[in-house]
Design a protein around this ligand. Structure first.
Ligand SMILES: [Zn+2]
Length: 249
């Protein structure tokens, strides 16, 4: 049986069994499988991979394994200039927009709160998530590796943290978003855009105390929900400050 050796770098090791992390290991294969199918069979979704070398030469996902190949697989580089080398994924998206898997509802709320365009429904099917990601140029966030292995998904990320707040910090760090936070931009309930609204136009929908103390309001252009800078806003500011603190460490 033909053999190839593999070495995965940095956080790609998260996807491997313990005895294959941070080491070169040998993999036996039949026929001439593509390197993409092979790395996914080894457990690593292709969306996590940015660069692959076969015997020291950069190759794309369609490369087919040969007996004796030495394959090195790298995640997205944050700071190393690899421009002359072939990157296997399209260019990074200019604006970070997301579509989230059904089990990431709390994270979706947090991302909207921070001003990121975030599609979420608790009943999206896998094929809908993949389509929304590829057609809308959205980064698909999920904890389901199988979903990221769908070929139409070009921008995706497997969230490692299990607690929503930790997930938020992880996503802000991974996509370098700390400088792009714009609270009060998206509706927390439906992701619609918020716009300023005159107080006199919404008086009827306000509780007496709110009407008395606040003069500035924003309204969701999609679902009509009204937002103002009340006590929940103070808590939100506090939460954002804490999260940014954690993101910076
Ligand atoms: Zn809304």
């Amino acid at each position: 049986m033909p053999l190839a050796s593999f070495r995965f770098y940095a956080e790609l090791n998260d996807f491997l069994p313990l005895d294959r992390r941070q080491v070169t290991f040998v993999h036996a294969f039949a026929g001439r499988p593509s390197v993409k199918d092979t790395i996914e069979a080894l457990g690593v979704p292709h969306t996590e991979v940015d660069l692959m070398l076969a015997n020291g030469v950069s190759v794309d996902f369609s490369y087919h394994l040969r007996d004796g190949d030495r394959i090195s697989v790298y995640p997205v580089f944050e700071s190393i200039d690899i421009a002359p080398i072939l990157r296997v994924r399209p260019q990074p998206l200019r604006e970070a927009r997301f579509v989230l898997d059904t089990h990431l509802g709390r994270l979706a709320g947090y991302l909207r709160m921070l001003g990121f365009d975030t599609l979420y429904r608790n009943d999206f099917k896998d094929e809908e998530l993949a389509r929304l990601s590829s057609r809308g140029e959205r980064i698909l966030l999920t904890r389901d590796r199988g979903l990221l292995k769908r070929s139409e998904v070009t921008h995706g990320y497997c969230v490692r943290e299990t607690h929503p707040r930790g997930q938020l910090v992880e996503v802000l760090q991974r996509f370098d978003l700390a400088g792009s936070i714009k609270p009060f931009k998206h509706c927390l309930r439906c992701n619609g855009l918020l716009a300023s609204v005159r107080k006199k136009d919404i008086l009827d929908s306000l509780l007496p105390k709110t009407r008395q103390y606040y003069d500035e309001y924003r309204r969701c252009q999609a679902c009509g929900r009204v937002y103002w800078r009340g006590s929940h806003y103070q808590r939100m500011q506090h939460f954002i400050a804490q999260v940014l603190d954690e993101t910076a460490t």
